[in-house]
Design a protein around this ligand. Structure first.
Ligand SMILES: [Zn+2]
Length: 236
């Protein structure tokens, strides 16, 4: 919650300078290809002014303190604003997250996502649940995170339905954006998951409900960095 106000403006306050950022970045500390140092160099070359490392984390992860220390060292003296955060998945209907309380307290920004979907006591890949169950369950757990009060940013909302089935429900999308605006959780525009139709509808509902917003590319390779910068071009 600490830096959210810096990172995530209200949709109505978004100006061109907002685009010059990437707020979902993974490194070789988890499943990304590059070291943080390489990411920062590439981000400077691209002229980004804001970057958030949002490393994948689970409750049993033990690396976060060391990761935090490394980035803290690297960001010293940079003009670019660099934040040290996490991306973690929702694990139940209360919106609890798969992260230890120590790592949660240390993270400067917490992205919550639906990855493996909780269903009937287990965690499932959307492909094994099928379209209809995935649509309903993804919506239910996005809402759980919004009401749970633990996440700063809703990461790639509806990403599972979009990625596996290229489908989303307009009603669900509006309800998520409306609730995000009420609860102060930022809605992420993510270049990896969002289709042009989805972006258009999301912008329409953001205009209506005015939630906080974030922008990320879900960077895993250096070429991904900054991809999110263009996705709202022409829509806002
Ligand atoms: Zn993710």
């Amino acid at each position: 919650m600490k830096v959210k106000t810096v990172l995530c403006p209200r949709f109505s306050e978004v100006s061109r300078s907002f685009f010059n950022r990437d707020c979902q970045v993974h490194t070789a500390w988890t499943d990304g290809a590059c070291a943080p140092r390489e990411i920062l160099k590439a981000a400077e070359d691209l002229g980004l002014d804001t970057l958030a490392f949002t490393e994948h984390i689970r409750s049993e992860s033990v690396y976060f303190k060391d990761f935090f220390r490394e980035i803290e060292g690297l960001r010293k003296g940079l003009v670019m604003k660099v934040f040290i955060g996490v991306e973690t998945k929702v694990i139940d209907e209360e919106g609890q997250l798969d992260i230890s309380s120590a790592d949660y307290a240390m993270a400067e920004i917490v992205l919550g996502s639906v990855h493996r979907i909780p269903h009937n006591g287990g965690f499932y890949h959307p492909r094994d649940l099928g379209l209809e169950v995935t649509l309903e369950e993804e919506f239910r757990y996005l809402m759980a995170m919004l009401r749970g009060g633990r996440v700063d940013v809703l990461a790639h909302p509806f990403g599972m339905s979009l990625r596996m089935f290229n489908v989303f429900s307009t009603d669900h999308l509006e309800e998520v954006i409306r609730t995000a605006a009420l609860t102060g959780v930022a809605f992420e525009f993510n270049s990896k998951y969002a289709s042009p139709v989805f972006l258009k509808e999301a912008v329409r509902f953001c205009r209506k409900h005015d939630p906080l917003v974030s922008l990320g590319s879900d960077v895993h390779k250096i070429e991904d960095l900054g991809r999110c910068r263009g996705i709202l071009e022409g829509l806002i």
